[in-house]
Design a protein around this ligand. Structure first.
Ligand code: NAG
Ligand code: NAG
Ligand code: NAG
Length: 707
């Protein structure tokens, strides 16, 4: 039994009844692991520049794919990739890479197959070093991350967060310009400019995107959410865990119910964005239309090579001839999907009917709407979300310049890159439209029955919560790795100057929710908390059955409920799908290197969960005087998941992503809000409770940093 032992409870301040899910306890890394961690991180060192270390250069030059073909299991991939190299048909270095472009995608997928088929770690590593300076850096970083999370030899190895590898996806052109300036000037003149100051040995750029005067985006007041570095990185990481081009059938990371997760994950993020809109007095998320798009978007971002991200003008007409091909595609896919939902089945490639009138079919629907390789009929149902992104991003239409008459040179808009799409309000508008399909689908399922919803032996007497408070705090992001090395630095392979960007980030005070229950019997239950707005933007109270579409799952945990009266005490830090932050890669590198040399330990633990949701974004900003939200509390009987939690999760810490071994229960994701829930269904439930909460925002004066 994996109950927490008493001392751990006292220590962690959690109730003894929590069924602990950390199946894999923190582990101390051994020398083999540490060496891999150090090796692989070194590859990202100033990725826009060629390798600096003589040792690495030697490996790069001496390794050959074709001479080592017996060290790879996929000979086809090696042959195809070697041909691409020999014919000079790789995407050139320094230009933007776009996974949605079919030619770029072909190269990326082939390279992934090369790396993935390396029979041992040394082959994987040598291949990576060999290709580091040949392959386009955007493509390289993308494929390396996908390979690191999927290759059996690199499980648990920390991939550097993208905001440190490519800060230009996260900071606008002005910030990056200042960064280059202070990188050259050092401490000189740092106090001369208003945006910079020196802090110990670091040059810091003070930044607050909300007040950048050069952007006229309509939802600028929510930028702290849509442009949050961790959230955008999470979206990218999640994609790398479940790349639409990678099937779950050739493991080791299976794509367990990926379609269902795709729906849930995007619904959560879309709804959280809605909460931020309401917090800032904006309207409901508009659904994207097929005639024109009201909201334009200028990201202010510039690719590392100096090409600005394209701007979408306001009121863009998409019913123009140049968009008609993609728009027709979208309309066709949508029609087919809607027909399938209404008919009750989709048709697979082989003509077989797949029933949609079952709760499990959410996975099929999710696969179809993502248009991933596990879709039953990719050609027929297409790739709805990605087609929308291509249409609005425009770069596939624009891509008429080819390298070697083969590789399109494109300028992806923010919405087309996984690491930047959440910045564009159109992302949520697309999702608003796509989520309608899921709602339509769920309307054909029977409503949840009383037997499923109720646990008559459990009575929630009341719910209490701490005051919910959000505020902004400063975060310092290290952008040094993207700044060019001078001659001295390149000789010692080290940065002399450290450049940080100071940015406000939304966060919330740790809070506890207490659920007072009376249970007639002792039993194992699942407790779930959901957050939803109480009023819409016009001030109308949102009825429960419509709020189903707005809920954000705040927490879920398995609990051993004792007989009698009891208080379930849950801290906001308990949610195991959230993380505080990813370590800085520089920190990880130093720690691993030190541990390798016998100085200190390197612990592999869950705190670095690759697809963890930032804990500080659990609560929306709210308002200064308090903003009303509904906190729904539901207690259900425990149903074991298909794969026992943590089973098969390899001890080297895969975090079990995608294996199904991270599901806590056998319930569908989002249960009971996975189908519309009406007031009459919950009226008599003793195990369901609606608690009114206020979310308070505490304005902070500009925090003064020691100078
Ligand atoms: C091997 O690589 C080729 C070319 O990329 C790919 O088509 C094939 O699916 C790969 N096979 C496996 C088993 O991954
Ligand atoms: C930022 O990263 C660089 C390496 O890229 C490192 O030299 C520097 O010390 C880091 N700064 C901080 C504050 O960690
Ligand atoms: C950003 O700047 C605006 C205007 O000066 C200010 O009101 C806001 O508090 C700043 N945000 C943070 C978190 O510092």
């Amino acid at each position: 039994m994996n109950w927490l032992v008493l001392c751990a409870c006292l220590f962690a301040g959690v109730a003894a009844n929590l069924v602990e899910h950390n199946a894999t306890p923190p582990k101390i890394a051994d020398a083999t692991f540490l060496q891999k961690q150090v090796d692989l991180l070194s590859l990202y060192f100033h990725i826009n520049e060629p390798l600096q270390e003589p040792k690495l250069k030697a490996i790069a030059q001496s390794w050959s794919l074709t001479n080592n073909i017996d060290k790879y299991s996929n000979v086809t991939a090696i042959k195809v990739y070697s041909n691409l190299i020999d014919y000079g048909m790789l995407l050139p270095r320094s230009v933007p890479f776009l996974i949605l472009d079919p030619t770029h995608q072909f190269e990326a997928v082939t390279l992934f197959n090369v790396l993935q088929s390396a029979k041992d770690y040394q082959t994987l590593y040598n291949t990576a070093v060999h290709l580091r300076d040949i392959v386009n850096e955007g493509l390289f970083v993308y494929v390396m991350a996908a390979a690191t999370v999927h290759h059996p030899e690199t499980q648990g190895i920390i991939v550097p967060p993208l905001y440190e590898v490519f800060p230009s996806y996260y900071h606008n052109a002005e910030v990056m310009n200042i960064a280059h300036r202070v990188n050259t000037h050092g401490k000189r003149l740092v106090d001369h400019y208003p945006q910079t100051f020196a802090w110990e040995d670091n040059m810091v750029i003070r930044w607050n995107t909300t007040v950048w005067p050069y952007l006229g985006n309509s939802d600028i007041s929510t930028f702290y959410y849509s442009q949050d570095y961790a959230l955008n990185t999470l979206y990218y990481n999640n994609h790398l865990t479940y790349p639409f081009w990678l099937s779950g059938h050739n493991g080791p990371l299976m794509k367990y119910k990926r379609g269902e997760y795709f729906w849930f994950f995007n619904k959560q993020l879309t709804n959280r964005y809605y909460f931020e809109r309401l917090s800032n007095g904006l309207s409901e998320i508009p659904e994207i239309g097929s005639d024109f798009v009201d909201e334009g978007f200028a990201s202010g971002l510039v690719y590392q090579n100096g090409i600005p991200f394209p701007i979408r003008p306001d009121e863009l007409r998409i019913d123009q001839p140049k968009y008609s091909e993609l728009l027709e595609k979208i309309k066709t896919y949508e029609r087919r999907i809607r027909d399938a939902i209404e008919l009750g089945h989709v048709v697979s490639v082989s003509g077989e009917k797949i029933n949609l009138r079952t709760p499990e079919a959410i996975n099929v629907l999710g696969n179809i709407i993502e248009g991933n390789v596990d879709s039953p009929n990719l050609d027929f149902y297409g790739s709805l979300i990605n087609t929308w992104k291509s249409l609005l991003g425009n770069s596939i239409i624009q891509g008429h310049v080819f390298h070697k008459q083969h590789v399109p040179l494109v300028i992806p808009a923010a919405i087309e890159n996984y690491q930047t799409c959440m910045r564009d309000p159109a992302f949520y508008m697309i999702w608003k439209r796509a989520l309608n399909f899921f709602t339509l689908w769920s309307s054909y399922l029977p409503s949840h029955s009383e037997e499923i919803l109720s646990v008559p032996t459990v009575v929630i007497k009341k719910v209490e919560s701490d005051k919910l408070v959000t505020y902004f705090e400063h975060k310092y992001l290290n952008v040094t790795n993207a700044l060019y090395l001078n001659e001295r630095e390149s000789k010692v392979v080290e940065d002399e100057i450290s450049v940080l960007v100071q940015q406000p980030q939304l966060t919330n005070k740790i809070f506890t929710i207490r659920v007072h229950v009376k249970s007639d019997v002792a039993k194992k239950v699942v407790v779930r908390f959901f957050l939803a707005p109480k009023y819409d933007s016009n001030g109308y109270e949102i009825p429960l059955h419509l709020n189903t579409e707005n809920v954000f799952q705040l927490d879920q945990f398995v609990y051993q409920l004792p007989e009698g009266e009891h208080v379930i005490k849950r801290e906001s830090t308990g949610n195991m799908y959230t993380i505080d932050q990813w370590y800085s890669s520089y920190e990880v590198y130093l720690k691993a290197l030190n541990a390798l040399q016998g100085k200190g330990q390197f612990v592999i633990d869950m705190t670095q969960f690759f697809v963890g949701y930032p804990r500080r974004l659990m609560l929306p900003k709210g308002r200064v005087g308090g903003m009303p939200f509904n906190l729904f509390v539901h207690i259900s009987d425990y149903v074991a998941p298909e794969t026992p939690y943590g089973e098969g999760v390899n001890p080297e810490q895969t975090f079990g992503i995608g294996t199904g071994a991270r599901r806590m229960t056998g319930y569908p994701l989002g249960f009971p809000f996975d189908r519309p829930l009406h007031q009459y269904q919950v009226e008599t439930l003793t195990n369901f409770h609606v608690h009114d909460v206020l979310i308070h925002h505490k304005p902070t004066p500009e925090i003064v940093v020691p100078q």
